[in-house]
Structures are given as structure tokens and as C-alpha cells.
Ligand binder design. Sequence first.
Ligand code: XIL
Length: 368
Amino acid sequence: MPELSRRALLASSIAAASLPAWADQPSQPGLHAHARIKGMFFGTAVASEPLTKDPALMDRVFAECGIVVSENAFKWFDIHPEKEKYDFTGADALMNWATARKIAVRGHTLVWHEANPDWLEPALTKATAEKILRDHIKTVVGRYAGRMVHWDVVNEPLHEEDKKPLALRDSVWLRALGPAYLDIAFHATEAADPHALRVMNEFNVDYEIDWQLRKRDQLLALCADLLHRKVPLQAVGLQAHLDAGEIAIDQKGLSQFVADIASMGLKVIVTELDVRDQRLPASVSARDTAVAAHARAWLDAVLPNPAVLGVLSWGLSDRASWLNDKFARPDGLKQRGLPLDEDLGRKKLWTALANSIDSTAPRPAPKG
Ligand code: XIL
């Protein structure tokens, strides 16, 4: 064998031996490619740290996703840290990364009871609150107008324990403005960027448990109320933070719930899918199987409705998941709730997503 080709062979075998776990899959289409065939999208949340420090993970985000959302960088705490100061560093970084790769971006979130800077609540008086909210939305939504495909205008508005009208959460915004905060937020978002889809995002509506079934009804009632008042709400985001140790998915009830949302003329987006496993035993293979089956049951009930536009997971790889902070396993092992493992290899959850998407009927082509 000529020296040159022997060296080439040697080099390629060294490279092969040191290839990362996902390298046997690069030619297999990513989840977004599966979703696109059906007229849907797939994407993920991206945190600011990996965006700048983990190029291998970002390569996988590029390979699997057609849309991204920042995990934290557009929240008030990050983007509006002081009353007179905005900080767009993290938000711009994601926007630039995605724009350079022709990946869509969704915005999360303009109104929430969490992730607010310390200055906010004391500054919200009857006289100032509406202007503060309007100015924030005008500035943030205006900055990304034309580039943002959706905005989670309001996040997690419901909390029946607070015993407020319409089961609204007793948040800083409700205290300052009453239920009108919803109207103000949706109208201001429309004014600042008429083309970004306006979403209300909610969680804990996944299971046939009394209080979650009531929450489904409360969400439907809130949407109906807003639409009746001509508030420009266009879609509901179902966060889908699932729990593989919870009761089985009630597929019939869940698909009826999605149909009820759609019957109001609203779109549906699966915004934050992950599957926590802290109630399952340690075995990796058993956990992966259970997580995948649980997600598959949920997805198979939701995706067939043509009002569902697409799915995003809340992180792509188990190497970076908020589940480890919020729902730490008692045995200290890492959660395995995302489509890729810590080495960026595709897991059974990836296959469950691909198969559920593949078995969905293609969406009718958009009119016009
Ligand atoms: C979480 C982030 O993932 C964490 O990094 C942060 O510390 C807290 O917020 N529902 C939401 C998201 O709408 O904004 C939350 O994100 C997860 C639950």
C-alpha cells in the first residue's frame, strides 16, 4: 500500500476510534427534519452557558432543531435588570447564533410571576404599572420584531389556590393591574410586532388528576374570556414537563383538551417538553424505556391535532437540564429526561419523538 493511503487509513481509524457517541448518526435526519415533512417544527431551549462554551452541544442543536428558545435570557431578570437599564447580551447572542444558521427563535417570556428583578414589584403602583409593562414590551418585542416567530406573552397565569377570579395567579401583575394585565400585555405585544404569534403558556395540565383536570377547564375558560374581550391571543403553549413516575397519560381526555383549545380557533405549541424520572429506580435502560413510553403516550394524544404547530424540548441533552436543580433524584444520579444523553447520543426518547412525529398526518398546507 502506498505510504500516503496507509497514512490516510491510519488517520481515519484514529479519528473513528475517538469519534463522539453521536458520530455514527450524522447522516440520519434530525427531529426537525422529521417534523418538517409533516408541516411541524422541532426545537429546544438553549441556555446561555452552552451557547458560548459548549460547541459540541450547539452542533447537535443545529442538527436536530429548526427553532430555539432561550432558557432564561429574555426573562425580566436577565433582560431588564435595573429600572432604567436593559441588558440584551444573552438574548442577542442566541438571536445571532440562530439567525446565522437560519433557525427560528421564539421568545420566552414577557409576563411571569418568576424571574423578576428586585426593583420590579416595589416600582409597580397603580399609577406606574401599566406604563412599566407597556414600555418593557415595546422595547423588548420591538427590538426583535420581524425576527421572532412567537412570543410567550403570558407564562403560567393560573393558580387556583390563590382564590382569585378566573383562577388567576396572585402574581405581581395581578396585584398591580388586576386581570387587565393580560389585555395590556397581548395588545402591547401585537402593537410592537404584529407578526409574532402571541402565546399563553401554561403547565400542569397533563394528567387525569382532579386539580389538573380543573386547571384544563380554567385554561379553556380564561382563553374564552380573553377571546370574548377581543384580546389578541393566538395560541396556547403546553409546557409538558412530564413525570415518568406519574399515573398513565389519559390519552382520550388529553386529546379532547387539545381539541377544545383548537375549537376556539387557537393554535397549540408543545413548548417545554421534558420527562423527569426521580421516582424511577436507578437502571438507565429501564428509565430510558419508561421516559420514552411516557412521552410517546402524551405526544400521540396531542400531535395528531392539526392545530399543533410543533414541539420544543426544554433542553436537548441530559448534560444540561434544569430538572437536576428542581427535581433532583434522591440517589444523586442525573435525570434522563431529554432526547440526547450526556454524550449527545440519541436516546429512546429521541426515537419516541421521531416515531410520534412520523405517525402524525401531514398538516394541510397553509392557505395563500
Ligand atoms: C427554568 C429554567 O430552565 C431554569 O434555568 C431557571 O432557573 C428557572 O426557570 N417553566 C418555564 C421556564 O416556563 O421558564 C422554566 O425555566 C421551567 C418551567
